[in-house]
Design a protein around this ligand. Structure first.
Ligand code: MN3
Length: 200
């Protein structure tokens, strides 16, 4: 079965004023859709045609002759994951749960956790992603370039911020820090973070 664009888990205007419906129309409706359309065309009648997205990413990682398939598959995965990381019903503080309990093992304070994540998002040079991952039982923060994704490195993602310019340019132009701060303060889906932390 060809891959299909998943619906957004919220109304397209639900994240305003932090992420506009116009941005989502392009980011989800055009960019994410294009990765899916490209991936379906690239794997048609190949050995990957019946594989899961995760299998395609694993099998094509670090293979120069499979870079187009990897890039599109990883971007499909990253965007589907990213939409689930966002909610209009966020809270500024981390809610009680296993994730919150684990924060002090890696960070001095919850503010230190957010500052470290913000720094990763702001220092990713050019296109890419900032990630919260689970490494054994501990929380860690990494960044990846372009389409690269933690699952290609056998790391378990808990949360991500897309820092490609297409994610924020219509709303923020060059002001990546404001975009990142608004996600951190207003849009984190802590239930998704907690679910990922508890399940994996
Ligand atoms: Mn994007």
């Amino acid at each position: 079965m060809p891959f299909e664009l998943p619906s957004l888990p919220f109304d397209s205007s639900a994240l305003e004023p932090y992420i506009s419906a116009q941005t989502l129309a392009f980011h989800h409706g055009k960019h994410h859709q294009a990765y899916i359309t490209n991936l379906n065309a690239l794997i048609k009648e190949t050995e990957f045609e019946n594989d899961t997205l995760e299998e395609i990413i694993e099998f094509t990682a670090n293979q120069i002759d499979k870079a187009s398939i990897f890039n599109n598959a990883a971007q499909v995965y990253n965007h589907s994951f990213f939409w689930n990381c966002l909610t209009p019903n966020s809270t500024k503080d981390i809610p009680d749960g296993a994730f919150k309990t684990a924060v002090p093992e890696s960070f001095s304070t919850p503010e230190d956790f957010k500052e470290t994540l913000k720094k990763a998002a702001l220092t990713q040079f050019g296109s890419g992603w900032a990630w919260v991952i689970k490494d054994k039982e501990k929380i860690d923060i990494i960044k990846t370039s372009n389409a690269d994704t933690p699952i290609a490195h056998h790391l378990k993602p808990l949360f991500t911020i897309d820092v490609w310019e297409h994610a924020y340019y219509l709303d923020y132009q060059n002001k990546r820090p404001e975009y990142v701060e608004n996600i951190l303060d207003h849009l984190i889906n802590w239930d998704f973070v907690e679910k990922n932390f508890s399940l994996i």
